[in-house]
Design a binder for this molecule. Structure first.
Ligand code: GUN
Ligand code: ZN
Length: 437
């Protein structure tokens, strides 16, 4: 990539995944990162490596000196509900009462464009504070909610993916689609309006099988086939009562996941939140189709939904990555999510508890998350050619973190300290599309 006057250099410790398909981290203690603005308006990484090796060739560039700080890829949240920002921390006896008592009433408010715009602005502020530079987000069952989301993301030059929720039954007034045909028509209009505009992408978004008629799910599958580069997002196999309900509503389906398979909704770029109670056939089918699982540990612990099985996901080669699932999830912080994922992986295997490494957890929330979204080489990494979306970490952010990192014997221990002790205070700055936020 040519270095131009639109280039900028940063000197800092650098952390990234040279082979995006592997969780092997490369750490450059004194590194140089160079970004260059492309003709398409996207700023990308144009060089990365050891400062001594690179600085002569880039000495003419404006250079920001962040020595002592760590530059890392912006985090990627593979499942979040922007319209549930005001639902976070709402207690309930499990998923279905939580949806009925808190979530659905809040989401009905997004018919109002002014409310949607205000929440979207707060939501993106919150993502930035936590170092999340891309999210695959649910909007609500109102086109206005999607417009508010994308308008705000576009204004901030973010790479973001979202979609209008499809739900034409078992939903309250104000949130229930008037008809499947109308909801699908609006989806197609939104795809035309937003997909591929700047760094925005559209996701066809049936909420979950119980709140869609067969007609609506089938229509969503037809749209997914007509627009293969558009994403699909939904929920599957989260909670025992939900699974029982799906079995009653779709008695012909082989499993809960089978409903989506039957409707043409399992393919590359389809991302299913939770995937807790799958069987071997389900896992193989998802892997075969190239569909991905969004792992939402803080949500699953909070709503007592269950434990994601990382070992089975790996052995079935099921694409999976981390997500907050706010407002079921209890934090916007990728550090809290990684910490919860570690705890879940330890506990879900009983006596043979499994310790996910810090670098693997970090990969699952950056380069691995990009891979799950079929955005490998675009986001979640600092390799040359990736979008210039990155965060600046201050390892001295808190007294305890500072002390623990100073006593760590290895990079792995330092990363692990950040996973366990980190939060928004660790994220000192965020650079989006080559610009300091
Ligand atoms: N299943 C259907 N809708 C939702 C939702 O909003 N959150 C979660 N966690 N599960 C769901
Ligand atoms: Zn969700």
């Amino acid at each position: 990539m040519p270095v131009t006057s639109d280039s900028h250099a940063y000197r800092a410790c650098l952390l990234w995944f040279p082979d995006a398909n592997s969780d092997q981290i490369h750490f450059e203690a004194d590194g140089l990162l160079v970004t260059t603005l492309g003709a398409d308006g996207v700023s990308r990484i144009s060089a990365i490596g050891d400062y001594r090796a690179l600085h002569a060739a880039h000495a003419h560039l404006p250079t920001t000196d962040w020595r002592g700080r760590w530059i890392a890829p912006g985090f990627v949240d593979t499942h979040i509900h922007y319209a549930q920002t005001d639902v976070i921390a709402s207690p309930a006896d499990g998923l279905l009462p939580w949806l009925n008592n808190y979530t659905f009433p809040q989401e009905t408010r997004f018919a109002d464009p002014a409310h949607a715009a205000a929440v979207a602005a707060f939501f993106f502020d919150e993502l930035m504070r936590h170092g999340v530079t891309t999210a695959l987000a649910f909007a609500t069952a109102h086109s206005a909610s999607v417009d508010a989301f994308f308008n705000e993301a576009q204004r901030r030059q973010l790479r973001m993916i979202s979609g209008r929720v499809l739900q034409d039954r078992h939903s309250p007034d104000g949130l229930r689609d008037a008809s499947a045909a109308q909801s699908l028509y609006e989806t197609e209009e939104l795809i035309k309006r937003w997909h591929g505009v700047d760094r925005l992408g559209y996701a066809i978004t049936p909420r979950f099988a119980p709140t869609s008629s067969e007609e609506q799910l089938h229509g969503a599958g037809e749209l997914a086939a007509a627009h293969p580069d558009v994403w699909v997002q939904s929920h599957v196999a989260e909670n025992a009562d939900e699974i029982q309900w799906v079995a009653e509503l779709f008695p012909q389906a082989r499993s809960y996941l089978g409903v989506y398979e039957d409707m043409g909704l399992l393919r590359k770029r389809s991302v299913y939140a939770h995937c807790l109670h799958l069987d071997a056939n389900d896992r193989d089918l998802m892997a075969e189709r190239g569909a991905a699982a969004s792992v939402c540990p803080t949500s699953n612990l909070f709503l007592d939904s269950g434990f994601f099985d990382f070992s089975l996901a790996q052995s079935h080669q099921l694409l999976h990555a981390l997500a907050s699932d706010v407002g079921g999830g209890t934090s916007f912080s990728p550090f809290h999510t990684m910490h919860a994922a570690y705890t879940v992986a330890r506990q879900s295997h009983g006596k043979t508890g499994r310790s996910l490494s810090a670098q693997h957890l970090w990969w699952l929330h950056t380069a691995g998350a990009a891979k799950a979204l079929d955005l490998n080489g675009v986001i979640g990494n600092l390799n040359v050619g990736c979008d210039a979306d990155f965060i600046v970490l201050n390892p001295q952010a808190t007294p305890l973190l500072s002390r623990r990192i100073a006593t760590a014997d290895s990079l792995q221990e330092q990363l692990f300290a950040m996973v366990v002790l980190g939060d928004d205070r660790l994220v000192e700055r965020v650079v989006v599309n080559g610009t300091l936020v």
